[in-house]
Design a protein around this ligand. Structure first.
Ligand code: SAH
Length: 420
């Protein structure tokens, strides 16, 4: 029987071949293949949808290609893809359905988390009635894909504004034309969000853009065209509530940014001090305190120096939160990062009263969960304290973890009680 001719879409799509190591990565369900594992790529345009083949030409699935990144392809399907914008829209709807199922008591959460939602290169966050998006790869930057993203978000979430937040460095690395952060749709780019409202219609993720104002919700100003990164504190949302559950007495929130932990602690503690090196972050923290009718103390300074000084001056606290920026940006920084975490945790432990609560976080992907536990255990040993681990936590559920994609798991948050 004569062979069926390939369909035109097959002909139109470029294909690439992988080395055995590249194939093994895909078989292990990791979506990335590095350029060094591509054995054949002919005239593949930047951002193309490519058919992925093994060395013998066996079809393995469909991927998004980048001409500039070391991660040359990111898998998008184990089958064929004839309509990428349609597939992106479908995946966004699935990501929203997942949040509706799992996210409670907030009107702010991550809607799409790139690989973890099978949409490599796309991040979408919802802040009440403002939606932000970030595009990180050539394929997601293509006009038909952008249109599909925008239209789906408008239909499904009916926001008052959609803002694109641009990471200039990433666009440069991806060899994409420079852009600035801007409103893409609607007229609103700043709003007030409500989280951890608990009861009274506590703002479950719903199709509309209302809710979240549970009677005890903590409120924050959000401005999509300012701030350090999109969703700076969404991944900590459930940890704020967990920290507040255990917090008491006099509290210190080191690396407080705009007051995420501090304002939650204030619902339980007699006094709360927040420390950060960024003045704009503290100015926003104070505005957030006013919004919640709370009085907190904010100190602008280097948290390392301040903890050292306070520990030397025998200051005491009942609750301390440590949430520093990522110390290990690459694997090579690991030893230094572990040293940094050890020092911070040691100082904090010295200042905690018996029965005190330590909430200690690491958002460095390169510092694994067991490395981090080890470092805190070392600090406890050096501080001559016994610590009880009451909660071993990660990012909130709207930041899903794919078991075979370690990069999707980065945040560690331990809640410990000092026994003596
Ligand atoms: N806990 C915050 C997020 C912290 S992000 C929240 O949940 O919202 C890390 C913060 O550390 C940033 O606000 C940054 O300004 C601050 N920072 C970085 N280096 C610092 C230092 N040496 N001392 C104090 N703050 C620092």
């Amino acid at each position: 029987m004569p062979k069926k001719p390939p369909t035109p879409t097959c002909l139109a799509e470029p294909s690439i071949r992988l080395s055995a190591r590249g194939v093994a990565r895909l078989q292990a369900r990791h979506p990335w293949v590095y350029r060094s594992d591509i054995t054949e790529e002919k005239d593949v345009p930047p951002g193309a949808v490519v058919r992925v083949l093994d060395s013998r030409g066996k079809f393995l699935g469909t991927a998004l290609y980048s001409s500039s990144s070391q991660i040359a392809i990111r898998m998008i399907s184990h089958g064929s893809v004839s309509d990428l914008p349609g597939l992106v829209a479908e995946r966004i709807r699935a990501a929203i359905a997942y949040r509706k199922e799992l996210v409670r008591n907030t009107d702010a959460c991550r809607i799409v988390f790139s690989e973890a939602d099978f949409l490599p290169g796309l991040i979408v966050d919802r802040y009440n009635d403002v939606v932000t998006l970030q595009i990180l790869t050539q394929a997601m930057d293509a006009a038909p894909v952008r249109d599909a993203v925008l239209q789906t978000l408008r239909e499904e979430l009916q926001p008052a504004g959609i803002v694109e937040r641009v990471d200039a460095r990433i666009r440069e690395l991806e060899q994409l034309p420079a852009l600035s952060s801007r409103l893409l749709w609607g007229e609103k780019s700043s709003t007030v969000i409500n989280m951890n409202g608990g009861h009274t219609n506590g703002g479950n993720m719903n199709g509309g853009m209302t809710g979240g104002e549970g009677s005890n919700a903590v409120r924050f100003h959000y401005d999509a065209l300012e701030g350090q990164k999109t969703g700076a504190f969404l991944d900590q949302r459930e940890n704020y509530a967990a920290a507040a559950e255990h917090a008491h007495g006099e509290a210190l929130d080191a690396f407080c940014y705009q007051g995420g932990f501090a304002l939650h602690l204030a619902t339980k503690c007699a006094s709360v001090t927040g420390v950060d090196s960024s003045r704009p972050a503290l100015e926003m923290a104070e505005r957030n305190a006013l919004l919640n009718g709370r009085e907190l103390e904010w100190i602008e300074g280097n948290a390392f120096d301040l903890l050292r000084e306070y520990a030397a001056a025998n200051r005491r606290y009942d609750t301390i939160v440590l949430d520093p920026p990522a110390f290990a940006k690459t694997k090579r920084d690991l030893e230094k990062a572990l040293g940094g975490y050890k020092e911070l945790n040691l100082r904090a432990l010295k200042m905690l009263r018996p029965g005190g609560v330590l909430v200690t976080c690491s958002c460095s992907f390169h510092v694994g969960a067991s490395d981090f536990l080890g470092v805190v255990a070392d600090a406890a040993r050096d501080a001559h304290k016994s610590l009880r681990l009451v909660e071993n936590r990660g990012a909130a559920k709207d930041h899903p973890i794919l078991l075979n994609v370690p990069e999707t798991s980065y945040l560690k948050c331990l809640i410990l009680i000092v026994s003596n």
